[in-house]
Design a protein around this ligand. Structure first.
Ligand code: HEC
Ligand code: HEC
Length: 434
């Protein structure tokens, strides 16, 4: 049946374009070749496949706003701070409470849980040093500025910057001073004070003279810079997806470690073709690091009326810790992402950062507030492309069949690999690689 149709199509092609001898030869060759050969990708598809492979990942961009970003002593200090629960209001929360190395630096919860409950879902950290924006709404423009958010958030670490300066003096004096120089004199300062929602602590902060406030804020920024130096080393390792692409493009015979099943192969074709996934999930990390409204429903438990990038972009512009702020090490010219960021427009409403699809299947529930329990729910959502709760969805109905949805899911399963980070060769959470 199919072959009759395609033969008919060829006859018509010949009739229409009698001069296209080359095209005819190509079409006949394609019809005669068995479907299982790898020589079925066009030049454009091959280029696209190459761009999705981890081997095409660009060199980690420098962070001019953090001159300690690639300093190994800062990285070691950061690796200790990341796991230190003394950096919290109740002494029980560290970054790793929510970003657990054995869970791919995530927690598997719909909403992050620290001293309280966050309004959004915890994001994994691997590869995010490549992104100019941090958080679902991009309200931080560097890793170090990002780290300062949870530390003062009442829902996450729930502490404040005076408390943290005291912790640095009591427990990290030598390591801190070896990287950042002398700690300021903290005598006479309150134990707990900072520009936080708690009125006692914010009033105590307001009573500190500006020069000393500045000194404490500098220590605070440096805590972020040390943690950022550690986070830059949290990376994805190659997955079966990458080995498949490499063998495929080299025209090599596939082995058990790099072969795809028919469904996985068909899923990849859909991913870069008919299903349009790679318009946003592109590059080696399968994210464009941009913000899109994909019509995801408002969460009933998460932040109310979450407007995504609309508020995120205002927050990053106003942040005292952004690229052009006084704690940044960058020159103004280094801050073009921030200075030229799109700050207004209806497309920002409920736009959230495209997550990497590497290891995505290992991190249910999905989306910015864990709205979908399974990958099949995510794909069913994309297939229907419902109206967005606010703003306008960028998605168009896909009309994929059940078997095509299954193929797409099969392909996402090939993107699983261990996360690499200092002090470990692999994270357990991601070793369920198929
Ligand atoms: C209570 C759980 C919790 C704690 C503790 C926590 N985080 Fe997060 N993390 C989250 C949540 C939730 C988000 C997304 C928040 C948002 O977009 O509003 C996030 C986002 C991030 C991101 C952004 C990643 C991206 O792709 O944009 C980074 C990086 C990060 N956290 C690092 C840290 C560091 C460093 C610490 C410690 C200083 C920390 N987190 C503490 C829950 C937590
Ligand atoms: C218009 C850009 C865009 C397109 C096209 C797109 N995505 Fe997404 N994707 C996103 C954004 C943005 C999110 C996060 C949305 C949110 O949390 O509100 C996301 C989230 C996801 C998630 C959840 C990941 C996680 O960690 O929660 C998966 C899985 C996913 N997309 C797969 C796909 C697949 C498969 C396709 C093709 C059928 C696709 N996406 C097409 C932008 C896009």
């Amino acid at each position: 049946m199919t072959s009759t149709v395609s033969r008919l199509a060829i006859v018509r092609l010949v009739a229409l374009a009698a001069s296209s001898v080359a095209l005819l030869a190509f079409t006949l060759a394609a019809t005669a070749t068995p479907r299982t050969t790898s020589a079925t990708w066009t030049a454009d598809e091959r280029a696209l496949l190459r761009s999705l492979s981890l081997s095409a990942l660009e060199k980690l961009p420098a962070d001019p706003s953090n001159k300690y970003a690639d300093d190994s002593a800062a990285m070691l200090l950061g690796s200790r701070l990341f796991f230190d629960t003394r950096l919290s209001g109740n002494g029980k929360v560290s970054c790793a409470t929510c970003h657990a190395p054995d869970k791919g630096f995530q927690d598997g919860l719909p909403l992050g849980k620290g001293v309280g409950t966050a309004g959004r879902r915890t994001m994994p950290i691997a590869g995010t040093a490549h992104s100019p924006w941090q958080f679902w709404d991009g309200r931080a423009d560097s890793h170090w500025a990002q780290a300062l958010g949870p530390l003062e958030s009442p829902a996450e670490h729930g502490g404040d910057r005076t408390q943290y300066a005291h912790v640095m003096r009591a427990h990290y004096k030598d390591a801190y001073e070896a990287v950042f120089g002398a700690l300021p004199d903290l005598r006479g300062l309150p134990e707990r004070a900072g520009p936080v929602p708690d009125t006692t602590r914010s009033r105590a902060w307001a009573r500190i003279v500006p020069v000393r406030q500045d000194e404490i804020s500098r220590v605070y920024a440096n805590i972020g810079k040390a943690i950022a130096a550690y986070e830059r080393k949290i990376v994805f390792t190659p997955a079966r997806f990458d080995r498949f692409v490499e063998a495929e493009l080299a025209g090599r015979q596939h082995t058990v470690t790099d072969a795809f099943s028919d469904d996985e192969r068909a899923g990849l074709r859909l991913f870069i073709g008919k299903a349009n996934c790679s318009t946003c999930h592109n590059g080696s990390l399968l994210t464009d690091n941009h913000f899109h409204n994909t019509g995801v429903p408002q969460s009933t438990d998460g932040a109310a009326n979450d407007s995504g990038r609309t508020t995120g972009v205002r927050a990053v512009m106003a942040s005292e810790f952004n690229c052009v702020g006084k704690h940044s090490d960058a020159k103004r010219d280094d801050c073009s992402e921030l200075r030229f960021a799109v700050s207004e427009g209806s497309e920002l409403v409920r736009a959230f950062k495209t997550p990497s699809l590497r290891n995505a299947v290992t991190r249910p529930p999905f989306m910015h507030a864990g709205q979908f329990a399974s990958i099949s729910d995510v794909l069913a959502h994309y297939n229907r492309a419902p109206t967005a709760p606010a703003g306008k969805t960028e998605m168009k109905r896909l009309r994929l069949s059940d078997s095509e949805l299954r193929q797409l899911e099969a392909n996402l399963n090939t993107l699983v690999s261990p996360v690499g980070f200092p002090g470990a060769t692999a994270s357990r959470g991601a070793t369920a690689a198929p």
